[in-house]
Design a protein around this ligand. Structure first.
Ligand SMILES: [Zn+2]
Length: 267
């Protein structure tokens, strides 16, 4: 399994990070992608990825929850780091919009997203997108980005921690993006499994457009809900997908691994 989204550099793993990483390796997790969220995480993300080169892969970006009044300064520093480290980054992210906690900097969030998407297209890296309660705005910005790009690279990337409607999934797929599937799919009363499975109006979401993720330390799947998340727990996500797609779990893992390697250019 490949974990396309884990904040292994964060405080939650500080007491036993090396043991946690070793345990994931032993448990069949082949690689981890570690996204940055702000200026402070530039150093922590790169440090853990350098220490585990070929296993932990870095991404850098300015997360919407970190867009505050000093956003221009933060963005300039993040952008500088992205340019400096572009050859070792597997993506730009995580970036996006988040209106859940705080809408104060809504306009600034949009501007920061637009500017980082320009960088995504200029450098030709995939993007890791974060969306919470901002689906309409984020889709609009992405569609405009694609529409207005004459020269830049085609937009590639993933909607991390996807939990939207089938209509939203379709718009994301139509833009050529992937869906990141995490612990949410194992939660009781979650509609995500039905949405992926399709209905009389929509075909199933193609398996070659899904990647696995934890979003650790958050979002641990059942039966670990509420615990600190670890990449090996993705087996419960893979098992749920195996029920949805009526494919052996080995096939789910092989396909999502291939998708992740293709999208993020991991050997
Ligand atoms: Zn995240």
């Amino acid at each position: 399994m490949i974990d396309t989204h884990i904040h292994i550099d964060e405080e939650a793993y500080a007491p036993d990070r090396e043991e946690v990483i070793a345990l994931q390796r032993e448990s069949g997790v082949e690689a981890m992608i570690v996204p940055g969220v702000n200026v402070a995480s530039i150093e922590t993300v790169l440090e853990v990825c350098h220490a585990h080169s070929g296993y932990c892969y870095p991404a850098l970006g300015l997360h919407p929850e970190d867009v505050k009044e000093d956003w221009e300064c933060q963005l300039a520093l993040v952008e500088k780091a992205i340019r400096e480290h572009r050859h070792e980054l597997v993506a730009i992210g995580e970036i996006g919009l988040d209106y859940y906690w705080d809408k104060t900097y809504k306009e600034e969030q949009k501007e920061v997203l637009r500017r980082q998407l320009r960088l995504v297209q200029e450098l030709g890296l995939p993007v890791i997108l974060h969306n919470r309660e901002a689906t309409e705005d984020i889709l609009k910005i992405l569609q405009l980005t694609i529409h207005n790009s004459q020269s830049g690279h085609p937009l590639r990337g993933v909607f991390h921690c996807f939990n939207g409607s089938r209509e939203t999934a379709q718009q994301i797929l139509d833009m050529g993006l992937y869906l990141g599937i995490g612990g949410v799919i194992t939660f009781k009363n979650c509609k995500l499994a039905d949405i992926l499975a399709g209905d009389e109006r929509f075909a199933p979401v193609p398996l070659d457009r899904l990647v696995l993720e934890t979003d650790g330390p958050y979002m641990a799947p059942v039966p670990h809900r509420g615990q600190r998340n670890e990449s090996r727990f993705m087996i419960h996500v893979a098992e749920r997908l195996s029920q949805v797609y009526k494919e052996p779990v080995e096939q789910i893992i092989a396909q999502t691994n291939a998708n992740s390697r293709l999208l993020f250019s991991i050997k």
